[in-house]
Design a protein around this ligand. Structure first.
Ligand code: PAF
Length: 282
């Protein structure tokens, strides 16, 4: 596995890869890799000949009150993990590479509407930071394919939207959410749960599954389903931000049965997000 820090070195390397007619896939990450990243890398490997994983903790997607400085950085363990997965190249740029100018007044990428609902409402500016850094990484790596986790469903839609609106020649794929055996979606944030909270955490996924089941059975009073799910989460000790049944492509109110149920809720110090697509649920 090659490890590259500089954009010019990366570009030289990737031009050779392209000359060898290899299809390049990018898996952007912020490091602190865990089993949840496995499906992203595996999917990228199944779609492309050459897989680049980037590790960069992006300051512009942290909003006021969120701790960029203390975000877990586990580079040595991440590198071991990626080597073990046979990733071809890991790109680890520093701040000056990714944000060559003043990071406070950088050029930004905005994905209107989608960036201000659900997680965007509770984390204003977050998706602008994500869209900006992902666009930069796309420009730097110029992959044919990029893979993102379906766990961050809204992020996946934001990225699909930016690729479409900016005419970028990149195919975006969503990798299935990896779950613990009790259903909890794997996430770096799970480490903020204490033992009791960890026992309780799968209740979020169970609530999503229960609503998915009701929709499949023909229940059409979505408002009621949402209201009941929010109360049951509150009763279980969660502080829900949203629990919503929406159109799977736009996150607007559903127009048919192609819906996704998205939720975010605090449990202790952990902000958990998860989603279930009704179409793919059986
Ligand atoms: O999902 C993440 O880890 C980040 O939001 C991403 C896509 C790597 C951008 O920093």
């Amino acid at each position: 596995m090659e490890r590259i820090e500089k954009i010019n070195v990366l570009r030289e390397k990737l031009s050779l890869v392209r000359k060898a007619d290899k299809k390049i896939a990018l898996v952007p990450t912020m490091g602190n890799l865990h089993e949840g990243h496995l499906s992203l890398v595996k999917l990228a490997q199944s779609l492309a000949d050459y897989v680049v994983v980037s590790i960069f903790v992006n300051p512009t997607q942290f909003v006021a009150g969120e701790d960029f400085e203390n975000y877990p950085r586990t580079l040595e363990a991440d590198l071991e993990y990626l080597k073990h997965l046979n990733v071809d190249l890991v790109f680890i740029p520093d701040m000056a590479e990714v944000y060559p100018g003043d990071v406070q007044i950088t050029t930004e990428v905005v994905v209107p509407e989608l960036d201000s609902i659900y997680c965007g409402e509770y984390r204003p500016g977050h998706f602008k930071g994500v869209a900006t850094v992902v666009c930069k990484l796309f420009n730097i790596v110029q992959p044919e394919i990029a893979v993102f986790g379906e766990k961050d469903y809204q992020q996946l839609l934001v990225i699909r939207s930016l690729v479409k609106n900016l005419n970028l020649p990149i195919d975006i794929y969503g990798a299935a959410t990896m779950r613990e055996t009790d259903g909890l979606a794997m996430s770096s944030r799970n480490m903020y749960l204490n033992e009791t909270e960890r026992q309780k955490a799968p209740v979020l996924y169970k609530a999503l599954m229960a609503v998915a089941k009701s929709i499949k059975r023909g229940e059409s009073n979505y408002q009621n389903l949402e209201k009941n799910a929010i109360s049951s989460l509150k009763n279980a000790g969660f502080k829900p931000e949203y629990f919503s049944i929406c159109d799977s492509k736009t996150l607007k109110p559903p127009i048919n049965q192609d819906v996704v149920i998205v939720a975010a809720a605090w449990l202790g110090k952990a902000r958990l997000i998860d989603n279930v697509a009704v179409q793919s649920y059986d």
